[in-house]
Structure formats: C-alpha cells, structure tokens
Design a protein around this ligand. Structure first.
Ligand code: FEO
Length: 183
C-alpha cells in the first residue's frame, strides 16, 4: 500500500521550502556576523536569535514531510548574499528576504488548495501567519531606522536601536531546549 500522502508536486514544493528556510537562517546568521563585526552587538543578537527561528521553520517542514510519509531531500543551502552596507540596508534586505519567503509560502498554499490537500493547506496556515508577523517586525524596524535618519542615522540613534533589539521579544528558543517533540 502506498503510504505517501503527498503528491509529487507538493512533496517537491515542501522539500524546496525546507531548504529555503535553511537558506533564510544562513542569511540571518551572516547578517548577524556582519552586525557584530560593525559593533552592533544587540542587532547581532537579534539576528542570531532569528536565525534560530528560521532553523525551527526548516524543522517544521522536515517533520511534516516525514509525517505524511514522503521523502525528505536534504540539499545544498545557497550562500547568503553580500554583507549589508548599513543598518538600514541590512533591514531592507531582511524585509526583502521575508517577502520572498512569503511569496514562496503563498505558492505552496495555492498548490495545496488546487489539489484539495487540506492537511497541507492547514499546516501552511501557521506559516502564513508567521510571515505576516515577520514582515511587520521588519517594517517596524525600518520605520524606526528611517525616523532615526536612515543611512545617515546618528551614532546615538543606532546605539539606542542596538540596545532595544538586544531585548526585543521573539519566539526563538535556545537551541539546548529543543527536542524532537518541540523543535
Ligand atoms: Fe521562515 Fe522568516 O521565514
């Protein structure tokens, strides 16, 4: 009996999204390393925590594919783009990367809808909500940076932003608290 409950199209799409979430994690990691080397420890901390969240998203896709009896394909993760040129450029790129990810999720939602695969459609709704939150977070940060002067933001304004982001709430849990049941 065939125990694979995913179509080939959806299985390929979900696998590719799993790799995309891993790529998003690498982007946050590389921007975090850039921010730290520029002296923005708080921004770096925020970006590193977010890298962790993206890794959680990757795991959610992996577990779902396995749960539906399909094959997981672990593939190469594309290298992150070049370093940002300023704090504003960093968050412009973060927003663009989140929008790209939202568009990829929407394509999967449409595919699952067209196939009538309601289990996958339902699984993806968590990501639809998550993407809205992540875009809002990046947009709010960009607003703050623009108010502070954009690429000409003063050292004081960036210092404050850096301090705020150190403490900004997020959903990422520490890696050591993760288990197979709670990725
Ligand atoms: Fe998992 Fe920010 O997309």
């Amino acid at each position: 009996m065939n125990t694979n409950r995913l179509s080939k199209t959806l299985s390929d799409g979900l696998n590719s999204q799993m790799t995309k979430e891993a790529a998003a994690s690498q982007i946050y990691l590389s921007y975090g390393a850039w921010a730290d080397s520029e002296g923005y420890g708080g921004i770096a901390n925020f970006l590193f925590r977010h890298a962790n969240e993206e890794r959680n998203h990757m795991t959610k896709f992996l577990e779902y594919i396995l749960k539906r009896g399909a094959k997981v394909k672990i593939e190469a993760i594309p290298a992150p783009p070049a370093d940002p040129t300023s704090v504003q450029d960093c968050f412009d790129k973060v927003l663009q990367s989140e929008i790209d990810n939202t568009n990829a999720i929407y394509k999967l939602v449409k595919m699952s809808f067209d196939e009538g695969d309601w289990a996958t459609w339902n699984f993806l709704q968590w990501f639809v909500k998550e993407q809205t939150e992540e875009e809002t977070l990046a947009l709010n940060l960009l607003d703050k940076i623009k108010i502070a002067g954009g690429i000409k933001a003063s050292g004081d304004a960036l210092y404050e932003l850096d301090r705020d982001l150190e403490k900004a709430p997020d959903e990422a849990q520490l890696a050591q608290t993760k288990t197979a049941d709670n990725p």
